[in-house]
Ligand binder design. Structure first.
Ligand SMILES: Nc1nc2c([nH]c(=O)n2[C@@H]2O[C@H](COP(=O)(O)OP(=O)(O)OP(=O)(O)O)[C@@H](O)[C@H]2O)c(=O)[nH]1
Length: 134
């Protein structure tokens, strides 16, 4: 079986949203598929974790912040050449700490999202996001 025919991999993705609607994006580091592309922070769910636990772990590892609460917003499946992913997007308006770049990635708070390129599966989200934040 090739990688893309296997069961989809669950990925927890978090959209930190400030009171003014700005959201935090990060740039994928060198060495990963789609290096240099922008995405919302997150990562794969480990065995035995809930999706929310994975979200909290990824935010501690990548940004040093504690996601206090988050609302599950939407799910998207996408087949890449390197993986078949099931993305679980959460919106969080409640976190503790200031985001820091702990793994060397660039991060940017964005109103209308201007960074590019974005991961292909994430592009449609931006239009839907504008409906919930403004
Ligand atoms: N975090 C994140 N991942 C996304 C987004 N959109 C999207 O297609 N993905 C995909 O979801 C997968 C996330 O896996 P990853 O490799 O970044 O996760 P990870 O940090 O756990 O990786 P690791 O295998 O190095 O531990 C990638 O295939 C990535 O292309 C997004 O907006 N945010």
């Amino acid at each position: 079986m090739t990688e893309t025919q296997k069961r989809p991999v669950d990925v927890a993705v978090g959209i930190l949203m400030q009171a003014n609607g700005d959201v935090l994006l990060g740039q994928r580091p060198e060495g990963k598929p789609y290096a240099g592309y922008w995405e919302f922070p997150g990562g794969k769910v480990d065995p035995g974790e809930t999706i929310f636990q994975a979200l909290q772990r990824e935010f501690v590892e990548e940004l040093g912040i504690e996601v206090v609460s988050a609302e599950e917003w939407c799910g998207i499946e996408h087949v890449y050449e390197h993986a078949h992913v099931r993305l679980h997007f959460f919106i969080s308006r409640e976190w503790r700490g200031e985001p820091q770049s702990l793994e060397g990635q660039a991060f940017a708070w964005q109103g209308t999202v201007g960074v590019e390129p974005l991961l292909p599966a994430t592009i449609p989200l931006l239009e839907w996001l504008d409906k919930v934040r403004y």
